[in-house]
Design a protein. Structure first.
Length: 102
């Protein structure tokens, strides 16, 4: 999906950085972080952006899509970890020890 500039209100990366909650040690999100989310992405997910007159812009809707995808990815990772094969490994170890006479 990409930004629809006729339907979404564009904001600069600086405006987005200022609007986000502060992070570690009460520091604001750095402008370079927003650029990294656009160029490299985070966990394979990239922030949608458009360049207008030499400045990068996104929209609050695009940022919401970005965070929705990150959240869905994190939740699916949690489910796969919880359902992984290691979950009952202690039961298998106990069974193996009991079978060996320990």
């Amino acid at each position: 999906m990409s930004i629809d500039i006729t339907q979404e209100q564009l904001i600069t990366f600086s405006e987005l950085a200022r609007s986000l909650p502060r992070r570690r040690s009460d520091r604001p999100v750095h402008l370079a972080t927003i650029h990294r989310w656009r160029s490299r992405g985070l966990k394979g997910i990239r922030l949608e952006a458009v360049k207008v007159g030499g400045a990068w812009h996104c929209s609050l809707e695009a940022f919401r899509r970005f965070t929705d995808r990150l959240t869905a990815e994190a939740e699916s990772a949690e489910v796969s970890i919880a359902a992984g094969p290691h979950r009952n490994s202690h039961v298998e170890a106990d069974t193996a020890l009991q079978g060996s006479g320990w």
